[in-house]
Design a protein around this ligand. Structure first.
Ligand code: PMP
Length: 408
């Protein structure tokens, strides 16, 4: 049995001083009680080592940022070169302009770019830009979508006033009729429709957009309709280098990126079409660390490396191999599972009235076997996962499914 003693002791100390112990989804209490690593010592490629010295193949990729492997040589070299010159200055480094140019060249829906640190920064900025451009205040967003910690969208209500939410309407994913009703009853008031490229609602199967939904969104958000804001923070650069809009055929006015764009370095970007550039220049958007140079260097190197190695094709191949292996194992043992979403960002639930607990059992056993999954959040596959890693993973999942079967 693996030991998590140091992790547990550190977690107890953290709980003394840090409200809630950990941020929401990272909380070990919600993960796999008492049987999970809580702190990581180091990571390389697709693997990490916890503070008790246990090694894991990682399928959370730092919740998305890790795309070409922890401690990637090309990214670290670019960062080290920038570090010699410095990171945090009064003014941006020249790389800031280079990254903006690279993104505009690569992303069809980008005629301009502004940089932040987190996904929340750019999602909050995007809705302000949409309001500034249209002169309207209401937003329509998807039920259960996550766009970060802004008051308009935070999934928890403590500390948020009803006034901060009253201009936010919600509709179900893929439901154009519900969206049209919102449009009808809020004519002239809707600044933006804010969507994620596919549905990822807490504890629900991931759902891909139908062709009709994509077409409908593109049609509704035309002329003097609301702007289409695409939150591509989670999926950006895991499906297509031009952003998920290219993958699904969406035509957003404004798109938000973060997570994978710097292979773990803190950086995000809000990009948009040229007609919105003037409004974007009017919206106040700044932060002490927004123009730090090392994350910009990391992002340029990440993009270059992904293009050079055709990383996305590899991620899809590895994601498909993982999916097929898992589906075969579950089928052979007679365990019903749903495995949804893009293969590079999959979500698995064991279909059972105790599905959540069974998912936790599956993960607890996988941790013992050296593979790290999350019981109720989608997983991430990266370009650092190779065939041998997937084969090793599948040996662990076989044991994890057998444990689930035994407990049934
Ligand atoms: N949007 C989406 C779709 C996300 O997945 C996330 C992060 N999980 C965010 C926004 C917020 O990003 P951050 O945590 O970097 O603020």
């Amino acid at each position: 049995m693996r030991d998590f003693a140091r992790s547990k002791a550190l977690y107890d100390r953290a709980k003394e001083l840090i409200p809630g112990g950990f941020p929401a989804h990272q909380s070990p209490d919600l993960l796999v009680k008492g049987e999970s690593p809580c702190f990581i010592e180091r990571a390389k490629g697709c693997r990490f080592w916890d503070v008790d010295g246990n090694e894991y193949i990682d399928y959370m990729c730092a919740y998305g940022p890790m795309i070409i492997g922890y401690n990637n040589a090309a990214v670290e070299k670019a960062v080290a070169e920038q570090k010699k010159k410095g990171d945090c200055f009064n003014l941006p480094s020249p790389l800031w302009v280079e990254l903006a140019e690279r993104m505009v060249e690569m992303i069809p829906a980008a005629d301009w770019v502004t940089f932040g640190k987190n996904g929340s920064d750019v999602c909050n900025h995007a809705i302000r830009v949409a309001r500034a451009y249209t002169g309207r205040k209401k937003l329509a967003m998807l039920n259960g979508a996550y766009h970060g910690i802004g008051s308009w969208c935070s999934p928890m209500e403590a500390g948020i006033t009803p006034e901060e939410r009253m201009n936010v309407l919600t509709f179900p994913f893929n439901d154009l009729d519900a969206l049209r009703e919102i449009i009808e009853s809020n004519r002239g008031d809707l600044a933006a429709i804010v969507v994620t490229p596919f549905k990822h609602e807490f504890l629900h199967d991931l759902e891909m957009p139908t062709k009709a939904f994509v077409r409908g969104l593109n049609e509704i958000c035309r002329g003097d309709g609301p702007l289409l804001v695409l939150d591509d923070v989670r999926a950006g650069f895991r499906l297509h280098m031009g952003g998920s809009a290219e993958y699904f055929g969406l035509k957003p006015h404004i798109t938000c990126f973060s997570k994978a764009m710097g292979n773990g370095y803190p950086i995000s970007a809000c990009v948009g079409l040229k007609e919105i550039k003037e409004a974007a220049s009017q919206v106040f958007f700044t932060g002490s660390f927004f123009s730090n140079s090392e994350p910009i260097a990391a992002s340029l190197a990440t993009i270059e490396e992904m293009v050079r190695t055709d990383a996305i094709s590899h991620i899809f191949r590895m994601g498909e191999m993982l999916k097929q292996g898992i589906l075969d194992q579950a089928r052979a043992l007679g365990i019903e599972i749903s495995y949804t979403g893009p293969v590079s960002i999959p979500f698995m639930i064991i279909q059972d009235k105790n599905g959540f607990e069974k998912n936790r059992l599956f993960c607890a056993r996988a941790y013992q076997e050296g593979v790290f999954f999350h019981p109720y959040h989608n997983w991430f596959v990266s370009a650092a996962h190779g065939e041998k890693d997937i084969e090793e993973t599948l040996k662990a999942t076989q044991k994890a499914f057998e444990a689930v079967k035994q407990a049934s």
